[in-house]
Design a protein around this ligand. Sequence first.
Ligand code: SAM
Ligand code: SF4
Length: 347
Amino acid sequence: MPRVLAPVEVGLGESAALGPGLLTDRFGRVHRDLRISLTDKCNLRCTYCMPEQGMPWIARDKQLSVEEMARIAGIAVAHGVTEIRLTGGEPLLHRDVVDITRRLASLPGAPEVSMTTNGVHLVKLAGPLRDAGLTRLNISLDTVDRDRFRQLTRRDQFDAVLQGLDAADEAGFTGTKLNSVLLRGVNDDEAPALMEFAHGRGYEPRFIEQMPLDAGHTWSRDTMVTADEIFAALTDQHTLTPVPHRGAAPAQRWYVDGTSAMVGIIASVTRPFCGACDRIRLTSDGQLRNCLFQRGESDLRALVRAGGSDQDIAHALGVSIEQKLPGHGVNDPGFIQPERGMSAIGG
Ligand code: SAM
Ligand code: SF4
């Protein structure tokens, strides 16, 4: 009998009162944003994300098929999800990424389909993805220095990323965001340079506080570069004016030097924004997570493969959202890092 493993068991045939409240949790948060991890594999090894070796990869037979993924996403969209973000691991490594994008973008309800990528394979895929209906890109780049890139990602792919950025622009993507994680003593002097690089290309830079989600469990509060430090580094050379109306967005944003160019800081650890969270996550092996830091997962793959109806799957979605905690708890004394890292959960 398939089950939603945690926190509540749900079996086949259990009916639920489905309705407009399905995506609303006990704290009134409405979940509109579904992040789907296409794969846990990656062609880089960013030091803050994955160890060089020894990753326990998800077995092939446990990975969702394109049909299974599209079915779960379709049920979520039918109940009110409006945005789907494809992520990973590195989503461009999935051999069917263009097909998946097309299928999700053409779901009834027409969700917006965007992607977070390291950009290495955009050279060949930016055009096809745009044609398939991908609306926007978040591209991760932590340094504008080639040697540092190699140190930080353990791969010599800086030029491929730059070519990928060009390909994305040529394919017609707009509203591109450049995500950067700053590491103490490695690239923490680069906030202004990364911002200028992003603005020079018409992108919005966003700095993400390093979270305790590395697969090697080596995160330390002492080495994390805080939002306050990033803000200080930027305001040392620039004037930042707050952008009003943050909504459910994880980034706090500012206008730069009185222009319309913006910069964002995602202070997940020092200024959690869980109170407005609208995100749920589906891993590439079909586990639903209501929070990056959730300790349990809901096994939608088992439900689907045992012949679960759309209503069973919707019910499992509702149960997971219903059980979502008010906050991630990273700053609580008893916090325990989740078993799986960011690359397996989907960032
Ligand atoms: N491989 C793609 C990429 O790098 O954009 C998508 C997946 S990656 C896990 C998504 C985002 O999570 C990236 O911007 C990455 O920098 C960020 N990330 C990874 N590990 C992190 C951590 N421990 N703390 C904060 N951000 C992290
Ligand atoms: Fe790969 Fe993205 Fe993790 Fe870097 S941050 S190792 S690119 S999944």
